[in-house]
Design a binder for this molecule. Structure first.
Ligand code: NOJ
Ligand code: CA
Length: 543
């Protein structure tokens, strides 16, 4: 659909956890050529942009989020030539690629950090955050890292401590240092020049720390993330993000090619989320809404309020909705009740994809992939391709493509096993079944892309006469209206929609429904099955 808005508004960004997406050479690890070979599948689903998790050289203390060279591809994922080929092939299919940019920290094996450790006098020493400990020993503050344990590690040669918000193998960069800012801007230019359409920014909240380094009054709080106001969402963040936007602007060639920042902004409130866009909208264009993404409960009133509040507060910004990612539980498992999981997955997908704004889809979500059971993760072997265990790996199992060995992911042994019960849940089977979850996602994505109200229409708050039903409208500039009704209840119901714009007729045609319902529908009694969804086009509103 053509519009005067940048491509990244009201779009769908698909997250590829590269290690688990498609292996091309039988080493059991997904790679860039593997992803390239699956672009047709993603195009057929309707995906318009892909965020690829880190594929840079890394000792894999945190699977690529500990980068030892920002401007290369790790051999296990391919080569720079593979990246270039991927860009070409994605462009041929009208798709854009976002690179995962780890700003807050490098690997402890990055040459910058090695140099910084080599001597307190080294010019790169202050690229990282060093402090002396107190005279009686121990770390400079009692801060804990996001992953548990102290946020400081002792460096024996100099006797100083370095700060790490995450693992000891992920020393924080000192973003006060102009050299760091210039070097990281050059990293951004490197990938933008090589065809990236922008970045997913890792841990953007954590770039600066309280310069007074006060002790944390409650160091044992669970989870230790985020340690506001000491280690995150500091005012200095804004300057860095504005600089980065300016770097992106060097490469913009019009709306159709605007480079974008998708931020892991980790905000706890909608006010913080609004701040992440920048007062002038000149920071992160797409900060992820973690207030939405962290509420894994079947709770219609909560989501009704949150969606209406988010849309009101961000009416001039692009909200970013999602539930699943490589750090979260998969939504099929998290929301599922063990009986209606597929119906609930359709509901959470419709709620996320049909809101105004951009939606993220995590690989495998579209076929209802489940988390690896805890016991199966515990039994999964460690080795060269899986050097360490991480509970988050439960949501990182190999993509289920077809009925072949290892679900078509690899001809070798996958680095992480598939859930034993993956059975016939795979893309090939679901593509062949027009009633599958895959086709449901495809239909939702098509509505978001092509329907005038659901593509760019404003949010129109509505309410239903039943508390289990969440409802909202979307209305285009020419008055075309679409209604989204979601029954979060276990009981079937008939619902009346309230708050419709003046002139809306009493009936509606059905754009999409799960399970299917007949048209036309009376808007004062729309029938919804347990966890049923109806997307309706009221008649008469344009009259
Ligand atoms: C957020 C990433 O999504 C997560 O996987 C990683 O462990 C941390 N940032 C640290 O980089
Ligand atoms: Ca491979």
């Amino acid at each position: 659909m053509t519009s005067a808005a940048p491509w990244w508004q009201d779009t769908v960004i698909y997250q590829v956890y590269l290690r688990s997406f498609q292996d091309s050479n039988g080493d059991g690890i997904g790679d860039l050529p593997g992803l390239a070979s699956r672009l047709d599948d993603l195009r057929d689903l309707g995906v318009q942009a892909i965020w690829i998790t880190p594929f840079f050289p890394s000792p894999n203390a945190d699977f690529g989020y500990d980068v030892s060279d920002y401007c290369d591809v790790a051999p296990e994922y391919g080569t720079l030539a593979d990246w270039d080929a991927l860009v070409r092939q994605a462009r041929q299919r009208g798709m854009r690629l976002l690179v995962d940019f780890v700003l807050n920290h490098t690997s402890d094996q990055h040459p910058w950090f090695r140099e910084a450790c080599s001597s307190p006098q080294h010019p790169r020493r202050d690229w990282y955050v060093w402090r002396d400990g107190p005279p009686d020993g121990g770390p400079p503050t009692n801060w804990r890292s996001v992953f548990g344990g102290p946020a400081w590690t002792h460096e024996p040669r100099s006797g100083q401590w370095y700060y790490h918000a995450f693992l000891p193998q992920q020393p924080d960069l000192n973003w006060h240092h102009p050299g760091v800012r210039a070097a990281m801007a050059d990293v951004a230019r490197f990938w933008l020049r090589r065809g990236a359409s922008g970045f997913r920014l890792d841990a953007t909240a954590f770039l600066f720390e309280d310069p007074a380094w006060p002790d944390d009054p409650d160091p044992d709080r669970q989870p230790p993330w985020p340690l506001q106001p000491f280690n995150s969402n500091r005012p200095e963040n804004h300057g860095v993000l504005r600089e980065l936007r300016a770097v992106l602007a060097e490469f913009n060639a019009g709306f159709d090619d605007e480079r974008v920042l998708l931020g892991e902004s980790c905000t706890d409130t909608l006010a913080e989320l609004r701040a992440a866009y920048g007062e002038q909208g000149d920071e992160i264009q797409l900060p992820m809404n973690f207030v939405y993404a962290r509420h894994w409960q079947r709770d219609a009133p909560f989501f009704q309020r949150l969606i209406d509040d988010t849309q009101a507060l961000l009416h001039d910004r692009t909200p970013v909705s999602f539930f699943s990612n490589h750090d979260h539980w998969r939504q099929w498992s998290a929301f599922g009740d063990g009986v209606h999981n597929d119906a609930i997955a359709r509901l959470t997908a419709a709620m996320t994809l049909l809101q105004r704004g951009t939606a993220l889809v995590y690989y495998g979500e579209e076929i209802g992939m489940a988390d690896l059971p805890e016991a199966e993760l515990a039994a999964a072997p460690l080795g060269l391709s899986r050097p360490r265990a991480d509970p988050r790996d439960r949501a990182r199992t190999p993509m289920q493509w077809d009925a072949g060995p290892h679900a078509g992911f690899s001809l070798g042994t996958p680095w992480l096993p598939l859930p034993r019960t993956w059975g016939d849940r795979h893309v090939a089977a679901q593509r062949a079944d027009p009633h599958s979850l895959w086709h449901w996602y495809r239909a939702l994505i098509a509505l978001k892309r092509d329907d005038p109200a659901l593509h760019a229409g404003a949010h129109w708050p509505l309410h239903a006469d039943q508390s289990s039903v969440l409802v909202f409208g979307r209305r285009s500039a020419d008055g075309t209206l679409a209604l989204v009704l979601l029954n979060w209840g276990e009981q079937a119901c008939e619902v009346a929609v309230r708050g419709l714009p003046a002139g809306t007729g009493p009936t509606a045609e059905v754009l999409l429904a799960s399970p299917p319902i007949a048209a036309p529908q009376r808007l004062d009694r729309v029938p919804l099955a347990p966890y049923g969804v109806a997307v309706l086009r009221p008649q008469g509103v344009n009259a």
